[in-house]
Design a protein around this ligand. Structure first.
Ligand code: HEC
Length: 287
């Protein structure tokens, strides 16, 4: 196959892929609204998690989301590790940090009694994963109209534009437009990816964007009262919990950026040294 025909075949293949995916994925979603003030950690290289926002975001998770959502990959000690919400340089070992011990011991987690084999509840330690609100997936689904609340540990990486999506979803509940029948136990949200066409009585070319989900609106104003005096608006709680979920999905982001920066500085210095030595080595060679 000649080069041109190879390129043509590739282009045709790509076009076909585009067509088929356009045909199968009919889900729609409203365009994202910007997050007020933006997310500090989204700035490349120099962006960092705002520790105040992480602490508030944990509080939102703890007081609201944790009633339904597990976070199986996150341990109480993680909250006190470097760059975490409650990191304190005086207690660099997160297992010994008083805040994490206190947070953990206020939670009850299931365990097995070594003498009787019975399942018992005991106070958590920093080494335990976040308490799961449901004993198993079936119970989680049964408690939420058949849709089990997904684990939130890495949700911010599992969805496109994760933190921005989470912010838009949580703040985006609106009454369903007239002509849209919302199934029982479901809620309409323009930012939930979906296809509501078969529930729509209006014009075929005016099907509302978005979808239905089994999670009702959560962040009513002042549902969480922040210890630092930040007003508990819907937007603030959503932004902070999205920040917290971005951190749990990539808790080493700051270390990664710092390492990247160090590597860049090293490479720039190395280039300088190499250039100077190149000039010196070839100094006396006519060219
Ligand atoms: C009353 C229980 C309940 C509470 C409280 C709750 N959720 Fe949910 N959430 C659900 C259920 C159920 C689903 C699954 C929805 C579905 O797929 O229909 C869900 C789904 C989600 C999703 C995934 C949406 C998607 O793209 O599939 C995200 C993100 C989410 N919740 C975040 C949160 C956050 C953050 C909080 C805390 C502010 C929270 N939830 C509080 C029940 C809850």
């Amino acid at each position: 196959m000649g080069r041109n025909s190879l390129i043509a075949a590739l282009a045709a293949g790509l076009a076909l892929l585009g067509l088929t995916s356009a045909a199968s994925a009919r889900t729609t979603q409203a365009e994202f609204r910007p997050v007020p003030g933006g997310f500090s950690f989204e700035t490349p290289i120099f962006g960092r998690f705002d520790q105040g926002s992480l602490q508030r975001g944990y509080k939102v998770y703890d007081e609201v989301c944790s009633a339904c959502h597990s976070m199986n990959l996150v341990y109480y000690r993680n909250l006190c590790q470097q760059n975490g919400p409650f990191f304190d340089p005086k207690h660099p070992n997160p297992n010994d940090a008083p805040i994490c011990k206190a947070i953990a011991s206020s939670k009850k987690v299931p365990d097995i009694d070594p003498d009787t084999g019975d399942v018992v509840q005991r106070a958590a330690t920093p080494a335990d994963a976040f308490r799961n609100p449901y004993p198993n997936k079936a119970a989680a689904a049964a408690g939420n109209g058949g849709a089990a609340p997904p684990d939130l540990s890495v949700m911010a990486r599992a969805r496109e534009e994760g933190p921005v999506y989470i912010y838009n979803l949580l703040t985006g509940y609106v009454p369903a437009p007239a002509g849209l029948t919302v199934p029982p136990g479901k809620y309409y949200n323009p930012w939930m990816p979906g296809d509501v066409g078969s529930y729509w009585a209006g014009a075929k070319d005016k099907v509302p964007e978005g979808g239905f989900l089994a999670m009702p609106f959560q962040l009513t104003p002042n549902r969480v009262s922040f210890d630092d005096g930040t007003p508990g608006t819907t937007q603030q709680m959503a932004k902070d919990v999205a920040t917290f979920l971005a951190w749990t999905a990539e808790p080493k982001q700051t270390e990664r950026k710092e390492a990247g920066l160090a590597v860049m500085i090293y490479l720039i210095l190395l280039s300088g040294v190499l250039y100077v030595s190149y000039r010196r080595i070839w100094k006396n060679v006519a060219h």
